[in-house]
Design a protein around this ligand. Structure first.
Ligand code: CMP
Length: 139
């Protein structure tokens, strides 16, 4: 059964380009409650661990370097059917394939620099929320 929580990061490209506030506003305007929020900078070790499911992919090294190239915003968001609802809001991984009005269509630079991360399953959402936040940081 679907849970009501998903995990997101606003990635270094979107932070650098000044879109942090507009993207957080999209979350809120689309009915996601912010349960946890952190402005932080991933270490190389954290980025490697977070994306270790992609370790065999050819883009893994580039992905890790990019994710620790500048600050990110990590958040836990809550809404009915959050994982699927959020994936609809952010659009396809590659902004060139994303639907009009989605966050990646409006703010992403490329498939590699795609503005936001969103959990791909309820199971991974729970893992990713716990990776970034302790219980006393979730409200
Ligand atoms: P994300 O949702 O954070 O999960 C894995 C990330 O890998 C994905 O977003 C993309 O930013 C990145 N990614 C996927 N495919 C490629 C690719 N072909 N080249 C570079 N990065 C990629």
């Amino acid at each position: 059964m679907a849970t009501n929580r998903t995990f997101t990061m606003i990635k270094p490209d979107a932070v650098k380009n000044g879109y942090m506030g507009q993207i957080i506003d999209r979350f809120i305007q689309n009915g996601f409650a912010i349960k946890a929020l952190k402005y932080t900078h991933l270490s190389k070790e954290q980025a490697q661990k977070f994306y270790e499911v992609h370790a065999e992919r050819p883009f893994y090294g580039e992905l890790v370097d990019f994710m620790c190239s500048g600050p990110i915003v990590a958040a836990i968001l809550e809404k009915d059917n959050a994982v699927n609802a959020f994936r609809t809001l952010i659009g396809a991984t590659d902004p060139a394939e994303a639907t009009e009005g989605t966050i990646r269509k409006d703010f992403a630079e490329s498939k590699a620099h795609n503005a936001v991360h969103g959990s791909d399953s309820d199971e991974n959402a729970a893992i990713e929320c716990a990776f970034h936040f302790s219980a006393n940081e979730i409200f």
